[in-house]
Design a protein around this ligand. Structure first.
Ligand SMILES: NC(=O)c1ccc[n+]([C@@H]2O[C@H](COP(=O)([O-])OP(=O)(O)OC[C@H]3O[C@@H](n4cnc5c(N)ncnc54)[C@H](OP(=O)(O)O)[C@@H]3O)[C@@H](O)[C@H]2O)c1
Length: 215
């Protein structure tokens, strides 16, 4: 079974760790303050979980999730993530992250920034539009009627297949928005950002999304 490394163990990171352990994965979780601050979460997660540094999570994970405030994305270790599937959950909130001109002008997207920082990794955008608490309460088995769907975007088809499988194990259908540059269709303030949606509804939301400049 693959190991999942988590860079960030806050609202989203801790929930993804819970889902991963429940699906049989080993996890290595990390945050900015150090592994000693994660003992309660490791205890809760049980024998399949360890805490380490972000560098250790990057090295240990076959799949690595980056789930930190966007402003810190340049602190993500680069070399140990080369060749790996990296899941990006991050969103841009200028009041938290400071202004990032290329995002304000919409000349790029959050996940493309992470991909540029990690040129040899296969970045897949996922989990950015679901509230953390719902990750462990909205999942349903495959084939359930009106199953909730989550959007992915990415430039590497095999990496997207890996993440689609992971989402299915976690209880969600997947809607592929296309390459990373299409990730803006599920960014903050778009129709699909937040509400519970089936795959069909999410596809409509993606099509209805408008750039900030066009509103
Ligand atoms: N909350 C949601 O419902 C939600 C939903 C979808 C997407 N998101 C997005 O997902 C990302 C994470 O959100 P969150 O709500 O989980 O944030 P959060 O609760 O504030 O947790 C952030 C985590 O990142 C860690 N961190 C910060 N800088 C780091 C670094 N350089 N290296 C390693 N770890 C670092 C923090 O560690 P310390 O605590 O030690 O500083 C903390 O564990 C954000 O971009 C957010 O916009 C959030």
């Amino acid at each position: 079974m693959a190991k999942i490394g988590l860079i960030g163990a806050g609202h989203i990171g801790s929930q993804i760790a819970r889902l991963a352990v429940a699906s049989g994965y080993d996890v290595l979780i990390s945050n900015s303050r150090g592994p000693q601050t994660l003992s309660a979460l490791v205890k809760e997660l049980g024998a399949k979980a360890q805490a380490g540094t972000a560098l250790e999570a990057a090295k240990a994970g076959d799949i690595v999730v980056v789930t930190i405030p966007l402003k810190n994305y340049r602190q993500v270790p680069v070399e140990p993530l080369a060749g790996k599937v990296v899941i990006d959950t991050n969103n841009y909130y200028p009041e938290r992250d400071g202004h990032i001109p290329e995002l304000d002008s919409e000349s790029t997207t959050t996940s493309e920034l992470l991909q540029a920082h990690l040129p040899k990794s296969k970045v897949v955008k996922a989990f950015n539009h679901i509230y953390a608490a719902e990750l462990t309460t909205h999942g349903q088995p495959a084939g359930s009627k009106n199953r909730r769907a989550l959007v992915i975007a990415g430039d590497d088809p095999a990496a997207k297949k890996t993440v689609t499988h992971l989402l299915d194990q976690f209880g969600f259908d997947t809607v592929d928005a296309g390459p990373l540059k299409e990730g803006w269709r599920i960014q903050r303030d778009t129709p699909g950002y937040g509400p519970r949606r089936t795959a069909e509804e999410l596809r409509r939301d993606l099509a209805a999304a408008r750039r900030y400049a066009d509103r």
